[in-house]
Design a protein around this ligand. Structure first.
Ligand code: TTP
Length: 204
């Protein structure tokens, strides 16, 4: 396990996220943040803001909102779903979750994840775009899916790593980015400041 802790000569890593998925994904590559410090920002898109601009702005705003000591690096990310120019964030309620799912049913959409790393006054970010195909979802399947409750807190009202996997026969891009953190790009950003992923992962 590559511990990223203050006092080791490397920057202490702060994960600026409340998402358990992002913590799990980092553990998969052997990185354990020294601290968790979620950012509380306004996630409302600007008028006519393009999905890719929005998601990049969100990751950077999260990074800028988190206070860090000089020897700490802050990692943040934002994931959003786009159907055409429309941004599908986290649904407010079950009705909105149903609306999002009907919109994606039987067609392709994009999942955009931006990851940002802030260290010593410099912030760098990477945007990863993945195309996802959702098969046609019947109204009966939709009702059963919504009952499971997986849609809570998920961009686009689904989790590819959850029950909605049965609706997703194909993706092109990065699976980890869809779940919330593009691991290859994140590892490369972290390596640039001396935090090295352990490719053997966090195995028992
Ligand atoms: C599309 C998709 C999204 N998601 C999740 C990842 C993110 O947690 C969430 C999108 O919301 P985000 O605003 O990116 O993240 P968050 O609010 O959960 O956490 P934080 O801002 O504190 O980092 O949707 C999945 O888990 N699986 C999926 O397949």
């Amino acid at each position: 396990m590559a511990l990223a802790e203050t006092g080791s000569g490397r920057p202490g890593l702060v994960l600026g996220s409340a998402s358990p998925r992002r913590l799990d994904l980092l553990a998969q590559i052997g990185i354990k943040p020294a601290a968790l410090r979620p950012a509380d920002i306004d996630e409302t898109p600007l008028k006519a803001e393009l999905p890719r601009d929005y998601v990049t702005r969100m990751a950077l705003e999260k990074a800028n909102a988190i206070e860090a000591d000089a020897d700490e690096a802050v990692l943040t990310a934002d994931t959003t779903v786009s159907v055409g120019r429309r941004i599908l964030g986290k649904p407010q309620d079950r009705d909105e979750a149903a609306e999002f799912m009907r919109l994606m049913s039987g067609r392709r959409h994009k999942v955009l994840t931006s990851v940002a790393l802030s260290y010593r006054g410099k912030v760098r970010s990477r945007l990863v775009e993945t195309t996802v195909r959702m098969r046609n979802v019947t109204e009966a399947e939709l009702a059963a899916y919504l009952d499971v409750g997986d849609w809570h807190g998920k961009a686009g009202a689904y989790a590819i790593q959850g029950a909605a996997a049965v609706f997703i026969p194909w993706i092109q891009g990065s699976f980890s980015a869809v779940v919330g953190l593009p691991l290859a790009e994140t590892a490369s950003l972290l390596a640039s400041i001396g935090i090295v992923a352990n490719t053997e992962g966090d195995r028992p």
